[in-house]
Design a protein around this ligand. Structure first.
Ligand SMILES: [Zn+2]
Length: 251
């Protein structure tokens, strides 16, 4: 059973369909949200395989914040545009996270894609980033930066955690976990920075690791975060001039 194999790595994983239904019910029944006025956004990888949840069947088409690896590459401008597009009297809901494949034999970081016999990497971008982190003796210098900037930035976000990833029991799982934390942190930052651009009262965040399985099997999600943020209670990010800092004055 693939479910047992998945739960050996991700004990809290549930099927995408289960997660979709559970959280949509929660939003409408517990929070009394009108799902027709909810603007959905995603920060998941560009990979075509990421259809594990079905939120878009019920909610509006998503605003796409994510790029390779699921990092919210749409950035501040994208977040502000998303904020401005929320229907009057509606609310905002973002589903986010990295993805990782699993083979029928339980190998993480690879998957069997529809219509293909061979196995391929999932997440391909993260597995490439990992192979570059692992090439310790080489000094890797990115070239053609303007043609591959998402991949290069994705690798840069993982770089501070290089040691943690390299000593982990499963490096593929570790770089995926690190990327989850990076997406989560960046989204929270962007939301706070764009706070005054949202006219709705609340934003909901659902984050986790998406687990891709072979064709014919359910995809799974291990939820890592669900929160309802009231904009009223949220501290905005105010920027302080570096010239006001004591260290600057003491130069
Ligand atoms: Zn990917």
């Amino acid at each position: 059973m693939i479910e047992e194999t998945i739960r050996a790595h991700y004990p809290k994983a549930e099927t995408g369909a289960h997660i979709t239904q559970t959280y949509l019910e929660y939003l409408s029944d517990h929070y009394n949200e009108d799902l027709k006025k909810m603007l959905f956004a995603t920060s998941v990888c560009a990979d075509d395989i990421n259809v594990s949840t079905d939120f878009r069947r019920v909610l509006s088409r998503p605003f796409t914040l994510g790029g390779l690896g699921g990092i919210p590459f749409a950035g501040f401008t994208g977040m502000v545009a998303y904020a401005h597009h929320v229907p009057d009297g509606g609310s905002a809901f973002i589903f986010y996270g990295p993805h990782i494949g699993i083979t029928d034999d339980g190998e993480l970081g690879k998957m069997h894609r529809p219509g293909q016999k061979r196995l391929s990497n999932s997440c391909g971008a993260l597995m490439l980033a990992l192979s570059r982190l692992e090439a310790e003796d080489d000094i890797y210098v990115p070239t053609n930066v303007e043609y591959d900037y998402q991949q290069i930035l994705l690798e840069r976000t993982a770089m501070p955690y290089k040691h943690e990833i390299l000593v982990a029991k499963n490096r593929k799982k570790a770089i995926t976990d690190v990327t989850y934390k990076n997406i989560d942190r960046q989204l929270h930052f962007l939301i706070r920075k764009a706070k005054n651009e949202f006219t709705c009262k609340r934003i909901f965040l659902l984050g986790g690791v998406i687990i891709n399985t072979s064709p014919g099997q359910h995809d799974y999600v291990e939820v890592r975060n669900f929160e309802a943020i009231d904009f009223h209670d949220m501290e905005p990010i105010t920027s302080e001039s570096i010239m006001d800092q004591p260290a600057f004055k003491a130069l």
